[in-house]
Design a protein around this ligand. Structure first.
Ligand SMILES: NC(=O)c1ccc[n+]([C@@H]2O[C@H](COP(=O)([O-])OP(=O)(O)OC[C@H]3O[C@@H](n4cnc5c(N)ncnc54)[C@H](O)[C@@H]3O)[C@@H](O)[C@H]2O)c1
Length: 281
């Protein structure tokens, strides 16, 4: 007799979502739940949507790009794409009003929409390259803060009544950055916006904790998305800052984000979860 015959063989295997395979390890943690994800037409947001769908959720995919939303999610019945500019409160409010009207409530929100000002090459002598602050004009400062910080706030503000409407709590995950916590060669607006996201996350977590609504942030380092520099030399100089010098796929980051939305993380709130190869310990 096969000596393994009595062992339970778990039904694990990747699930296909929109033409891509998603490894769920057999989890179905979001059966019957509704999730909204911003930045859902690229990178981490897209990978988070796939993971939610693979684990049973229906998902509202919010992004600036109508064209990419249609291309990626047009044939996936569990996903509704809504074109939104997170930096425009009227646009955000309209999107969440629609979700409320269609579903009556929301269980999870992931705010992955974001923009970056370009990283600069590390100074070979150590320390930062001499980015000239005078090149950061008022408009570029306002743009980065407007999308990353204010946009995250607009989305949480609009989503909160829908999460409260479930009466069963819920989870919000924002996206900060290692750039807010460790020396990283980025001009000032991006790390400022991401430090703001982490601070705001803690503040809102404290406000809604008694309603069993959890709010956490993930602080990623190099993740292979459209935001990662394509210049190999520049990328190498950034990876050299990480104790684990690897740029991870978006699906790996999504697994951490989605875990924080799941009931497995029920006692975690107000946390900054550093998924950055040990750059912040
Ligand atoms: N990739 C990395 O190495 C890295 C590291 C740390 C933090 N982050 C953060 O992770 C988050 C996800 O970024 P990504 O790496 O997946 O980048 P990405 O560029 O692949 O995706 C960002 C998405 O946000 C959307 N977006 C931009 N502005 C928007 C707006 N005003 N309204 C609605 N949608 C908008 C874009 O259309 C795009 O689809 C961002 O907040 C980013 O700052 C990324």
């Amino acid at each position: 007799m096969d000596k393994y015959a009595n062992e339970i063989q778990p039904v694990v295997g990747p699930v296909e979502v929109g033409g891509e395979l998603v490894e769920t390890w057999g989890f179905r943690r979001f059966e019957g739940r509704v999730a909204a994800v911003t930045g859902a037409a690229s990178g981490m947001g897209e990978a988070v949507v796939r993971r939610f769908v693979a684990e049973g959720a229906v998902v509202y995919a919010l992004d600036l790009s109508r064209e990419r939303l249609d291309r990626i999610w047009g044939d996936v019945p569990e996903v509704t794409g809504i074109a939104v500019d997170v930096a425009d409160s009227a646009s955000v409010n309209a999107a969440f009003e629609r979700i409320g009207a269609e579903r009556g409530g929301l269980h999870s929100l992931v705010t992955a929409a974001g923009v970056s000002d370009s990283p600069t090459r590390m100074d070979p002598e150590g320390g930062h390259s001499s980015a000239d602050l005078s090149t950061i004009d008022d408009d570029s400062w306002d743009f980065v803060i407007g999308v990353n910080l204010t946009g995250t706030f607009y989305c949480i503000r609009a989503a909160m009544p829908l999460i409260q409407a479930t009466g069963a709590g819920g989870a919000i995950v924002t996206i900060s950055s290692v750039g807010a916590f460790a020396p990283y060669p980025l001009p000032a607006a991006y790390p400022a916006s991401k430090a703001g996201v982490a601070g705001m996350t803690r503040a809102i977590a404290a406000l809604v904790a008694r309603e069993n609504i959890r709010v956490n942030t993930v602080a990623p380092a190099a993740t292979r998305t459209a935001m990662l520099p394509t210049d190999e030399e520049l990328l190498d100089s950034l990876l050299a800052l990480q104790p684990i010098p690897r740029a991870i796929p978006a699906s790996e980051m999504a697994a951490n984000i989605v875990y924080l939305c799941s009931d497995e993380a029920q006692f975690m709130t107000g946390q900054t979860v550093h998924v950055n190869g040990g750059m912040v310990m």
